[in-house]
Design a protein around this ligand. Structure first.
Ligand code: PLP
Length: 403
């Protein structure tokens, strides 16, 4: 059988069998055969407010009917984009941020790199080109993000990547300190996730993020927090930066800003970056996307922020996470898995030697639960923040059966 016309992302191109998801409701999704699944991954780390939300659907429908989109290149803007930006700047631990909009996490990351370099150029420091990233980091699949990838296989097979990208170990601050000592005045920025997600669900080692902030401050580099997974409640705070007590210069966000109802991403840009960009009134920021500030995406985001606030989903993330973590730890105590790591409401089960994460994932599907293998050695869970206690227990019970 030849493969279907749809060439899938992160999939062997020759593969021809897929599981068709047709419907969702809260933290549940259903396949084309009518099977129900607890979505223990919020799709791909994004569906925080859950599926089928009438408030979000109404906001999207209303905006599509009025003005589905109009571009925001000079001189245009639209009301949902302005309202959303106004609302977003109050949320992160940053000095006086502004917001740049895009559609995917990858676009946000590449834009953050360009903004960081552009700010240095505008400030008279074109020599600052180096981007420092951490092993096990995932920063999307555009060329900048691919060059910053800490997941080595994701970098390979695409020819030459962008120059001046340097990866340092994610679990040891010393090599980063050495790099700053040797080349600090050439470094444009450090990019890091607060908690590393797709690379294995690794919380930062104690003091790592604070030390990174200090190195950036001491050497005039920017700190970019890639909050594409952590942003909008995953750790029980609006941003992971707040959770870990670190003030970034730039934050990239995507995914849960709209819970995926319409794609939207962006970069929160602090005053240290905006200052040089704004200094010359005639200078033009020559980057952006057709859909930067997409009106319907921004309307969806406003509705998702409303739901997050009115349903107390930040506090709920902490409660759910405690229950999930306790359940997963009990499986480790029973010897079913080798370990559990994570924080807030995102965890990974580490496999025993000989235990294969994709095989366990397939058994979990038969049990009506979706988790995601991160390579062969770990299985991640990142449920919608509207999951019930009972649904969290179903995830844990299924993981026990499928071990
Ligand atoms: N950055 C992080 C931390 C991510 O987890 C992801 C996606 O999982 C991205 C960037 C890329 O986002 P997208 O797939 O929307 O381009």
């Amino acid at each position: 059988m030849s493969p279907p016309p749809f060439l899938h992302p992160f999939t062997p191109p020759a593969k021809n069998e897929f599981l068709t998801i047709v419907r969702g409701d809260g933290a549940l999704v259903y396949d084309s055969a009518g099977n129900e699944y607890v979505d223990g991954m919020a799709s791909l780390w994004f569906a925080n407010v859950g599926y089928g939300r009438p408030e979000v659907i109404a906001a999207i429908t209303e905006q599509v009917g009025r003005l589905h989109a109009y571009h925001c290149f000079d001189p245009f803007t639209n009301e949902p984009a302005d309202q959303l930006a106004e609302r977003l700047i109050a949320l992160p631990p940053m000095d006086d941020p502004r917001v740049f909009f895009a559609s995917s996490g990858s676009e946000a990351v590449d834009t953050a790199f360009k903004l960081a370099r552009a700010a240095h150029v505008q400030a008279g420091h074109p020599e600052r080109q180096i981007m420092v990233s951490r092993s096990a980091g995932y920063h999307g699949t555009n060329f900048g993000g691919t060059s910053a990838q800490g997941i080595i296989p994701n970098r390979e097979g695409f020819g030459d990547l962008v120059p001046h990208f340097v990866t340092v170990p994610h679990d040891d601050i010393e090599p980063m300190a050495t790099l700053f000592a040797e080349r600090g005045n050439e470094i444009a920025a450090v990019v890091t996730e607060p908690l590393q997600g797709a690379g294995g669900v690794y919380p930062p080692p104690d003091g790592y993020l604070e030390a990174t902030r200090r190195l950036c401050d001491d050497h005039g580099a920017f700190l970019i927090m890639d909050e594409v997974i952590c942003g909008f409640g995953r750790l029980g705070t609006w941003f992971g930066s707040e959770y870990y007590g670190v003030r970034p210069d730039l934050i990239t966000f995507a995914k849960a800003i709209t819970s995926g109802y319409v794609p939207l991403s962006g970069v929160l840009v602090g005053s240290a970056v905006c200052g040089p960009l704004e200094a010359d009134r005639d200078w033009v920021l020559r980057t952006g996307y057709t859909y930067s500030g997409h009106a319907t995406a921004c309307a969806a985001a406003l509705a998702c922020l409303d739901v997050t606030e009115s349903e107390g989903l930040l506090a709920r993330a902490t409660q759910l996470g405690e229950r999930l973590q306790a359940g997963l730890r009990s499986l480790v105590d029973d010897g079913l898995y080798a370990g559990v790591r994570g924080e807030g409401c995102v965890y990974a089960l580490a496999m025993h030697e000989g235990q294969d994460a994709p095989t366990v994932r397939n058994r979990l599907l038969e049990e009506g639960v979706i988790l995601r293998p991160l390579g062969p050695t770990a299985l991640s869970t990142c449920p919608p923040l509207v999951a019930s206690d009972e649904q969290i227990d179903r995830i844990v019970d299924a993981a026990a059966t499928a071990a």
